[in-house]
Design a protein around this ligand. Sequence first.
Ligand SMILES: C[S@@+](CC[C@H](N)C(=O)[O-])C[C@H]1O[C@@H](n2cnc3c(N)ncnc32)[C@H](O)[C@@H]1O
Length: 234
Amino acid sequence: MSFRATVLTLHPEMFPGHLGLSLAGRAVEAGTWSLEAVQIRDFATDRHRTVDDTPAGGGAGMVMRADILARAIDHVSPKGDPRPRILMSPRGKPLTQERVRELAAGPGAVILCGRFEGVDQRIIDARALEEISIGDFILSGGEPAALVLLDAVVRLLPGVMGNEVSGDEESFENGLLEHPHYTRPQEFEGRAIPEVLTSGNHAKIAAWRREQAERLTRARRPDLLAAKNQPLVK
Ligand SMILES: C[S@@+](CC[C@H](N)C(=O)[O-])C[C@H]1O[C@@H](n2cnc3c(N)ncnc32)[C@H](O)[C@@H]1O
Protein backbone atom coordinates (compact mmCIF):
# COMPACT_ATOMS: atom_id res chain seq x y z
CA MET A 1 0.00 0.00 0.00
CA SER A 2 1.48 3.33 -0.92
CA PHE A 3 1.21 6.52 1.16
CA ARG A 4 -0.98 9.13 -0.57
CA ALA A 5 -0.49 12.80 0.31
CA THR A 6 -2.83 15.52 -0.93
CA VAL A 7 -1.94 19.11 -0.10
CA LEU A 8 -4.47 21.92 -0.41
CA THR A 9 -2.66 25.18 -0.97
CA LEU A 10 -2.72 28.60 -2.61
CA HIS A 11 0.82 27.88 -3.85
CA PRO A 12 0.95 24.43 -5.47
CA GLU A 13 4.18 25.48 -7.19
CA MET A 14 5.91 25.10 -3.80
CA PHE A 15 5.45 21.32 -4.10
CA PRO A 16 7.09 18.84 -4.26
CA GLY A 17 10.02 21.19 -3.48
CA HIS A 18 12.87 19.26 -1.90
CA LEU A 19 10.63 16.18 -1.65
CA GLY A 20 11.15 15.68 -5.39
CA LEU A 21 14.87 15.13 -4.77
CA SER A 22 17.06 12.45 -3.30
CA LEU A 23 15.52 9.56 -1.34
CA ALA A 24 12.00 11.03 -1.18
CA GLY A 25 12.00 11.78 -4.91
CA ARG A 26 13.19 8.31 -5.77
CA ALA A 27 10.50 6.84 -3.51
CA VAL A 28 7.83 8.65 -5.57
CA GLU A 29 9.26 7.11 -8.71
CA ALA A 30 9.25 3.70 -7.01
CA GLY A 31 5.55 4.14 -6.13
CA THR A 32 6.16 4.15 -2.36
CA TRP A 33 4.25 7.39 -1.99
CA SER A 34 2.52 10.04 -4.09
CA LEU A 35 2.00 13.76 -3.69
CA GLU A 36 -0.73 15.86 -5.24
CA ALA A 37 -0.79 19.64 -4.67
CA VAL A 38 -4.23 21.10 -5.30
CA GLN A 39 -4.97 24.79 -5.87
CA ILE A 40 -7.64 25.96 -3.41
CA ARG A 41 -8.63 28.80 -5.77
CA ASP A 42 -10.00 26.20 -8.19
CA PHE A 43 -12.88 25.83 -5.72
CA ALA A 44 -13.75 29.54 -5.53
CA THR A 45 -17.07 30.57 -6.99
CA ASP A 46 -16.41 34.07 -8.30
CA ARG A 47 -14.58 35.47 -11.30
CA HIS A 48 -11.66 36.65 -9.16
CA ARG A 49 -11.26 33.21 -7.55
CA THR A 50 -11.55 34.74 -4.07
CA VAL A 51 -10.83 32.41 -1.16
CA ASP A 52 -10.71 34.86 1.77
CA ASP A 53 -12.68 37.64 3.39
CA THR A 54 -12.35 40.17 6.21
CA PRO A 55 -12.50 38.85 9.80
CA ALA A 56 -15.87 38.91 11.54
CA GLY A 57 -15.58 41.30 14.47
CA GLY A 58 -12.91 43.36 12.72
CA GLY A 59 -9.15 43.37 12.94
CA ALA A 60 -6.20 43.02 10.63
CA GLY A 61 -5.73 40.58 7.78
CA MET A 62 -7.98 38.16 5.96
CA VAL A 63 -9.51 34.80 6.83
CA MET A 64 -9.85 31.82 4.48
CA ARG A 65 -13.51 31.03 3.87
CA ALA A 66 -15.06 27.85 5.27
CA ASP A 67 -17.37 27.26 2.28
CA ILE A 68 -14.54 27.38 -0.27
CA LEU A 69 -12.32 25.15 1.87
CA ALA A 70 -15.16 22.67 2.37
CA ARG A 71 -15.58 22.34 -1.41
CA ALA A 72 -11.85 21.74 -1.80
CA ILE A 73 -11.63 19.21 1.04
CA ASP A 74 -14.73 17.30 -0.04
CA HIS A 75 -13.45 17.10 -3.60
CA VAL A 76 -10.02 15.65 -2.74
CA SER A 77 -11.22 13.63 0.24
CA PRO A 78 -14.81 12.42 -0.19
CA LYS A 79 -16.68 10.60 2.60
CA GLY A 80 -15.02 7.27 3.33
CA ASP A 81 -11.49 8.47 2.61
CA PRO A 82 -9.56 6.89 5.49
CA ARG A 83 -6.80 9.50 5.47
CA PRO A 84 -6.53 11.96 8.37
CA ARG A 85 -7.32 15.58 7.50
CA ILE A 86 -4.66 17.86 8.87
CA LEU A 87 -4.51 21.64 9.15
CA MET A 88 -1.03 23.08 9.58
CA SER A 89 -1.48 25.60 12.37
CA PRO A 90 0.67 27.31 15.02
CA ARG A 91 -2.22 26.64 17.44
CA GLY A 92 -2.03 22.90 16.80
CA LYS A 93 -0.54 20.06 18.78
CA PRO A 94 3.25 20.13 18.40
CA LEU A 95 4.42 17.56 15.85
CA THR A 96 6.24 14.64 17.47
CA GLN A 97 8.17 11.67 16.12
CA GLU A 98 5.44 9.49 17.61
CA ARG A 99 2.74 11.14 15.46
CA VAL A 100 5.08 11.03 12.45
CA ARG A 101 5.41 7.25 12.93
CA GLU A 102 1.64 6.81 13.19
CA LEU A 103 1.09 8.79 9.99
CA ALA A 104 3.78 6.80 8.16
CA ALA A 105 1.98 3.59 9.12
CA GLY A 106 -1.32 4.90 7.68
CA PRO A 107 -2.79 5.35 4.19
CA GLY A 108 -1.65 8.98 3.75
CA ALA A 109 -2.82 12.45 4.69
CA VAL A 110 -4.85 15.36 3.40
CA ILE A 111 -3.03 18.53 4.44
CA LEU A 112 -4.53 22.00 4.39
CA CYS A 113 -2.09 24.92 4.31
CA GLY A 114 -3.38 28.15 5.82
CA ARG A 115 -2.42 31.63 4.66
CA PHE A 116 -3.26 35.17 5.83
CA GLU A 117 -4.66 35.18 9.39
CA GLY A 118 -5.68 31.54 9.08
CA VAL A 119 -8.93 29.70 8.37
CA ASP A 120 -12.53 30.12 9.52
CA GLN A 121 -12.98 28.06 12.70
CA ARG A 122 -16.09 26.40 11.28
CA ILE A 123 -14.12 24.40 8.69
CA ILE A 124 -11.91 23.02 11.48
CA ASP A 125 -15.00 21.95 13.42
CA ALA A 126 -17.14 20.79 10.50
CA ARG A 127 -14.44 18.58 8.91
CA ALA A 128 -12.79 17.55 12.22
CA LEU A 129 -9.40 18.84 11.10
CA GLU A 130 -6.41 17.78 13.19
CA GLU A 131 -4.37 20.91 13.86
CA ILE A 132 -0.61 20.31 13.86
CA SER A 133 2.12 22.84 14.64
CA ILE A 134 5.79 22.49 13.73
CA GLY A 135 6.94 24.85 16.48
CA ASP A 136 6.32 27.96 18.52
CA PHE A 137 6.88 30.48 15.76
CA ILE A 138 4.76 31.96 12.99
CA LEU A 139 5.34 31.12 9.33
CA SER A 140 3.69 33.17 6.60
CA GLY A 141 1.93 30.07 5.32
CA GLY A 142 1.37 26.38 6.02
CA GLU A 143 3.34 25.19 2.97
CA PRO A 144 6.81 24.95 4.58
CA ALA A 145 5.16 23.25 7.57
CA ALA A 146 3.49 20.68 5.28
CA LEU A 147 6.85 20.01 3.61
CA VAL A 148 8.43 19.48 7.04
CA LEU A 149 5.68 17.09 8.11
CA LEU A 150 5.86 15.10 4.87
CA ASP A 151 9.67 14.98 4.96
CA ALA A 152 9.57 13.43 8.42
CA VAL A 153 6.89 10.91 7.39
CA VAL A 154 8.26 9.90 3.99
CA ARG A 155 11.71 8.97 5.25
CA LEU A 156 10.05 6.38 7.49
CA LEU A 157 8.14 4.67 4.67
CA PRO A 158 9.37 1.16 3.91
CA GLY A 159 12.40 1.12 1.65
CA VAL A 160 12.97 4.90 1.62
CA MET A 161 15.95 5.09 3.96
CA GLY A 162 18.97 3.20 2.71
CA ASN A 163 20.00 2.06 6.15
CA GLU A 164 16.76 1.10 7.90
CA VAL A 165 18.48 0.70 11.29
CA SER A 166 19.39 4.36 11.54
CA GLY A 167 15.72 5.34 11.96
CA ASP A 168 15.39 3.51 15.26
CA GLU A 169 18.51 5.01 16.78
CA GLU A 170 17.74 8.63 16.14
CA SER A 171 16.82 11.44 18.50
CA PHE A 172 13.33 11.09 20.06
CA GLU A 173 12.89 7.44 19.08
CA ASN A 174 13.66 6.29 22.62
CA GLY A 175 12.82 9.48 24.49
CA LEU A 176 16.42 10.71 24.29
CA LEU A 177 18.44 13.01 22.07
CA GLU A 178 21.01 11.15 20.05
CA HIS A 179 24.64 10.71 21.13
CA PRO A 180 27.37 12.70 19.29
CA HIS A 181 28.91 11.31 16.09
CA TYR A 182 32.52 11.20 14.92
CA THR A 183 34.30 10.05 11.77
CA ARG A 184 37.77 10.29 10.22
CA PRO A 185 40.19 12.00 10.46
CA GLN A 186 41.25 10.60 13.82
CA GLU A 187 42.38 14.08 14.88
CA PHE A 188 40.84 17.40 13.81
CA GLU A 189 42.40 20.71 14.95
CA GLY A 190 43.83 19.02 18.02
CA ARG A 191 40.57 17.21 18.90
CA ALA A 192 40.72 13.43 18.91
CA ILE A 193 37.85 10.98 18.49
CA PRO A 194 36.90 9.71 22.00
CA GLU A 195 39.07 6.67 22.65
CA VAL A 196 36.20 4.35 23.51
CA LEU A 197 34.82 4.66 19.96
CA THR A 198 38.00 3.22 18.46
CA SER A 199 38.36 0.50 21.14
CA GLY A 200 36.36 -2.10 19.21
CA ASN A 201 34.53 -2.96 22.46
CA HIS A 202 30.88 -2.88 21.40
CA ALA A 203 29.41 -3.11 24.90
CA LYS A 204 31.55 -0.19 26.08
CA ILE A 205 30.67 1.83 22.98
CA ALA A 206 26.94 1.22 23.54
CA ALA A 207 27.25 2.23 27.22
CA TRP A 208 29.19 5.39 26.30
CA ARG A 209 26.62 6.38 23.68
CA ARG A 210 23.74 5.83 26.11
CA GLU A 211 25.52 7.91 28.77
CA GLN A 212 26.16 10.73 26.28
CA ALA A 213 22.55 10.64 25.08
CA GLU A 214 21.29 10.91 28.66
CA ARG A 215 23.72 13.72 29.47
CA LEU A 216 22.70 15.73 26.41
CA THR A 217 19.01 15.17 27.03
CA ARG A 218 19.30 16.20 30.68
CA ALA A 219 21.16 19.39 29.69
CA ARG A 220 19.09 20.39 26.65
CA ARG A 221 15.70 18.74 26.87
CA PRO A 222 14.86 17.75 30.46
CA ASP A 223 11.20 17.79 29.37
CA LEU A 224 11.82 14.63 27.31
CA LEU A 225 13.19 12.78 30.34
CA ALA A 226 10.30 13.96 32.49
CA ALA A 227 7.76 12.83 29.89
CA LYS A 228 9.41 9.41 29.67
CA ASN A 229 9.74 8.75 33.39
CA GLN A 230 6.51 10.10 34.76
CA PRO A 231 3.25 8.34 34.09
CA LEU A 232 0.56 10.73 32.90
CA VAL A 233 -1.74 11.69 35.75
CA LYS A 234 -5.29 11.94 34.53
C1 LIG B 1 0.54 33.95 9.31
S1 LIG B 1 0.01 32.35 9.78
C2 LIG B 1 -1.43 32.69 10.75
C3 LIG B 1 -1.13 32.86 12.20
C4 LIG B 1 -2.35 33.08 13.07
N1 LIG B 1 -2.93 34.37 12.82
C5 LIG B 1 -1.99 32.94 14.55
O1 LIG B 1 -1.61 33.93 15.16
O2 LIG B 1 -2.06 31.79 15.09
C6 LIG B 1 -0.64 31.66 8.30
C7 LIG B 1 -0.64 30.16 8.20
O3 LIG B 1 0.67 29.64 8.30
C8 LIG B 1 0.65 28.35 8.85
N2 LIG B 1 1.58 28.33 10.00
C9 LIG B 1 2.19 29.38 10.57
N3 LIG B 1 2.98 29.02 11.59
C10 LIG B 1 2.89 27.67 11.68
C11 LIG B 1 3.47 26.71 12.56
N4 LIG B 1 4.30 27.06 13.54
N5 LIG B 1 3.15 25.41 12.37
C12 LIG B 1 2.28 25.04 11.39
N6 LIG B 1 1.71 25.92 10.53
C13 LIG B 1 2.00 27.22 10.66
C14 LIG B 1 -0.80 28.04 9.23
O4 LIG B 1 -1.36 27.25 8.20
C15 LIG B 1 -1.42 29.42 9.27
O5 LIG B 1 -2.79 29.39 8.99
